[in-house]
Design a protein around this ligand. Structure first.
Ligand code: ECB
Length: 135
């Protein structure tokens, strides 16, 4: 039985997020707003298919994917780039590679008890977010 990511997850920590924002060229004013946001993740998972929403009072971001299927992702409202994205599994971990202008871009997501961990990386920067299950 693979990890079940379904549910609503509330951010409890967001370590080094501003490093990621700088690495993808987000301007100062936007960084100041974005780095203080509490994010909520809503995930609907059906087998290998994921519908995800990352919500905040400032902007929301939606991305849907199927494990093992590469697609063009438009990071609309984030850095507005186009990347070729693929998510695979490494055990219970989800591993995302986003090929594009920025090297070494992607994320890893996994569960520890009722906590969801998300590590976002770009270039040599790594951000670690933790969310607690709320529904
Ligand atoms: C959407 C909430 C944050 C809004 C910040 C607004 C502007 C900042 C510009 C760029 C931010 C860079 C990354 C945003 C961080 C999280 C959003 C989505 C990360 C993601 O793709 O998560 C996956 C894995 O959980 C969704 O499937």
């Amino acid at each position: 039985m693979p990890a079940d990511y379904n549910g609503r997850w509330e951010m409890v920590s967001n370590d080094k997020f501003e490093d990621i924002l700088k690495a993808i060229d987000i301007d100062f004013a936007t960084r100041k707003i974005a780095s203080h946001l509490s994010q909520t993740k809503e995930i609907v998972q059906d087998g290998d298919k994921f519908e995800t929403k990352t919500l905040s009072t400032f902007r929301n971001y939606e991305v849907n994917f199927t494990i093992g299927e590469e697609f063009e992702e438009h990071t609309k409202g984030l850095d507005n780039r186009k990347v070729m994205t693929m998510v695979t599994r490494d055990g219970d971990k989800l591993v995302c590679v986003q090929k594009g202008e920025k090297d070494n871009r992607g994320w890893k997501q996994w569960l520890e008890g009722d906590m969801l961990h998300l590590e976002i990386h770009v270039l040599d920067k790594v951000c670690h977010q933790v969310f607690k299950k709320s529904q």
